[in-house]
Design a protein around this ligand. Sequence first.
Ligand code: GTP
Ligand code: MG
Length: 217
Amino acid sequence: MPETEKPLFGHPWIFIRGVPSLNFLPPEGPSEVAFAGRSNVGKSSLINALVGQKGLARTSNTPGRTQELNYFVPDGYSGEGSDLPPMAIVDMPGYGYAQAPKEQVDKWTKLVFDYLRGRATLKRVYVLIDSRHGIKKNDEEVLTLLDKAAVSYQLVLTKTDKIKAPAVPKLLADTADKIRKRPAAYPVVLSTSSEKGDGLDDLRQAIAETIGIAHWQ
Ligand code: GTP
Ligand code: MG
């Protein structure tokens, strides 16, 4: 179990690489967690909120902002022997964005699916679900792919500031119930608001434990 001297999110993170196709992936090394979800669900915003750096991952009102697998690592991480947490966070292009040219959508979808299926150092995928919309058909397809590939994943509701606070517990319970029979799903669903900061510490802790660090701070 890697124990590091520095906290997971208590220092700057940097962008190291955008991966347009699988042959540009960095060599498999430190553990990775990836953020997946429909276009515009709030993947890039959530990464920025977790690390506390607004402009780290590019966000946009227009779906389809993120078009490559974007790799972020703790600034200064220099491989084995570094006292920084050995991990990368991967921001993924969204799926299910109908307005983009079909060719482009097919390219992203293939990239996302190929990466999710075949990356040995990928420890867990956080599949983000917009709390206003719930699990959609294309989310189900991704969950089925992850189940088939035996890639561990956890669902994270986003944008909870957009729904009424008392509705959140029931939505969490209903969502957990929907994935109860899925073999690769972590049974606990998380809820977050990047805007308000809600749920971020729980997600930080979940990520730390996933990569074998006891505490995120
Ligand atoms: P793609 O890269 O296109 O797949 O999108 P994405 O999933 O990375 O979404 P992004 O983070 O770019 O956010 C999309 C939009 O949702 C932006 O306008 C964000 O400001 C907004 N947004 C993200 N998180 C939240 C949140 O917690 N609350 C609210 N109200 N808006 C949010
Ligand atoms: Mg994005």
